[in-house]
Structure formats: C-alpha cells, structure tokens
Design a protein around this ligand. Structure first.
Ligand SMILES: Cc1cc2nc3c(=O)[nH]c(=O)nc-3n(C[C@H](O)[C@H](O)[C@H](O)COP(=O)(O)O)c2cc1C
Length: 212
C-alpha cells in the first residue's frame, strides 16, 4: 500500500487553485495505487506552533529525538518518512515561500536526525522519493511575462535536497490574479504537464481517449 503526504501551505484552501489541483492529483493516483493512504498536513487548518525556546535549545544541543521538545517535530518527520510521495501546494508569498511552509521545514530539517553535517557539507538522511510542488502565484516569474524574482524554487530545492529529497517536480500556476480565461489556460497547462508524469497518468485518460 502506498502513502502520500499532502502538505497544504495555502492560507485559503477553500478558494486555492493549487489546493484544488492537489485534490485532483490525489484522485488520479487512486487507480494506480489501490488502497492509497493520504496523510493530510494542512498548515492552514492546523497551524503549527511557532518554534519554542525549548525546541531551539534542544535542536542546537543535539538532544536525543525522544526529548519532549521534539514531539511535534518527530510527528512531522514521521509523516514524511511514511510517505512514498510528497505533494505540496504552496503560494508564492512576497517572492518566496509562505511562512507556514518555512515553519514546517524548521520542524523537519533537524541536524543529526534528517540531515548530517560533515566536513564535506550537509547531507540528507531521508530516502529519496518523488516530490510534486504546485506553486501558485498572482503574477509571473518566468518567461517573457516575468515581472518579479522567484526565491522559492532555489530555496526549496536546497532545503529539500538537504533532507535527501532530489526527485523534485515543480509545477507553476502563474498569473492566478488574471482573467478567468488566463487562469483556465494556466490550469490546463499544469494538468497537461502533470499528465505526462508517471504517477498521474490517469489524469490524462479523458484527454488521450478523445485524441486517439
Ligand atoms: C501575503 C501575500 C503575498 C503575495 N506575494 C506574491 C508575490 O510575491 N508574487 C505573486 O505573484 N503573487 C503574490 N501573492 C499572490 C498569491 O501568490 C496568489 O494569490 C496565489 O494564487 C495564492 O495561492 P493560493 O490561492 O494557493 O493561496 C501574494 C499573496 C499574499 C496573500
């Protein structure tokens, strides 16, 4: 049985295009992965507590994982370890990732637990697995319409790579404050890109059936 960890980093999942698309992807996975278990980590519905002094002390003093200060961190890392695939939907907030997602990373990136620090640098201790990132933005940050920098992609590549996660697939939903037609085009392009990705092949079925 396969397990997917879905992390929602949108503060408004009820109207988020990225959140809705994540739901479509989870539904598309079911035929390929019967009995699929989905772990929902909704950072809007259940915001994580800000880092405590105890956590910061425990982390920097290399305290054993059983310490009470690590209870939440261990739970979040456990969800990550249990997953065969990680699906994150996140907005771009002020050119980078939203604070809620950064906080999640601050709980799962733990020295001596999920990454090791060696003379050669930091390296991940988690097994690699596919990670799909749906990144929503009001404007554009790529191509001829780009009007702003994107500090999210490089940061997430580095932070997730530090955990040992390198099989990253970024799907950009740009221009979401545009006209309904623009938004529909963006979503159609994202679905098309995703339908070419192996685990989401069922997403392509209606399209390929009509084309063939
Ligand atoms: C606090 C905040 C900051 C934002 N910063 C940016 C930004 O830097 N660039 C951009 O294109 N859109 C920005 N937006 C717009 C969101 O990225 C856009 O509305 C996106 O669709 C939100 O995704 P969601 O609906 O999944 O939450 C910002 C929105 C908020 C609320």
């Amino acid at each position: 049985m396969k397990t997917v960890l879905h992390v929602n980093a949108s503060p408004r999942p009820a109207t988020s295009q990225g959140y809705r698309l994540a739901g479509e992807l989870l539904a598309a996975l079911r035929p390929s992965w019967p009995g699929l278990a989905i772990l929902e980590r909704d950072l809007a519905a259940m915001p994580l507590l800000p880092l405590s002094a105890d956590y910061a002390e425990a982390l920097t003093r290399r305290t054993p994982p059983q310490a009470p200060a690590f209870t939440l961190s261990e739970a979040l890392i456990g969800e990550l370890e249990a997953s065969d695939l990680l699906l994150i939907n996140t907005p771009l907030h002020n050119f980078t990732l939203p604070a809620a997602l950064k906080l999640w990373l601050d709980y799962v990136l733990r020295i001596g637990r999920t990454f090791a620090s060696t003379a050669a640098g930091k390296h991940g201790l988690l097994a690699d697995r596919p990670v799909y990132l749906l990144v929503g933005s009001g404007g554009h940050h790529r191509g001829p319409h780009a009007r702003q920098p994107d500090f999210l992609t490089a940061y997430l590549r580095h932070a997730l790579g530090t955990l040992g996660l390198f099989d990253l697939h970024f799907i950009y939903l740009e221009g979401l404050v545009g006209t309904p037609a623009d938004v529909a085009d963006t979503l159609a392009a994202a679905r098309e890109q995703l339908s070419r990705e192996l685990p989401f092949r069922p997403l392509a079925n209606p399209l390929t059936t009509t084309l063939e």
